[in-house]
Design a protein around this ligand. Sequence first.
Ligand code: DQA
Length: 143
Amino acid sequence: MKILVINGPNLNLLGVREPGIYGSRGFEDYLTELKSKFPQVEIDYFQSNHEGSIIDKIHEVGFSIDGIVLNAGAYTHTSLAIADAISAVKTPVIEVHISNVHKREEFRHHSFLSPVCVGVICGFGLDSYRLGVEALIDMNKQK
Ligand code: DQA
């Protein structure tokens, strides 16, 4: 089984960026732990601060791999283009957020991506990614 984790804008600064909200752990460090939890799954990682690069990556892998765990950062709330990319491909996408966006500012309550994703996980810190991977593994078993 092959899964890609995609992180969008500003998530390269995890560990440094607003630690009160996003925690003090860098993503690369967390990724090592995530991979070791699921030795049976190939977990790749892609991060970009650019909307078009995220779309290109979804197109590139979206007809071949088993699942995408996507934290699109602020593009979640703005990007019809990423939503269209998710709709265009075959691979199921799980939307994740580190913070509980519904507890935060009103502008974070709307997601362009939720209607085209399989499901949404938010508010569990970095553990949101693990929950996303688990959901994809369960879905894959039922195929
Ligand atoms: C986020 C929530 C978004 O509203 C924000 O713009 C982010 C991170 C999260 O993981 O909690 O960049 O997606």
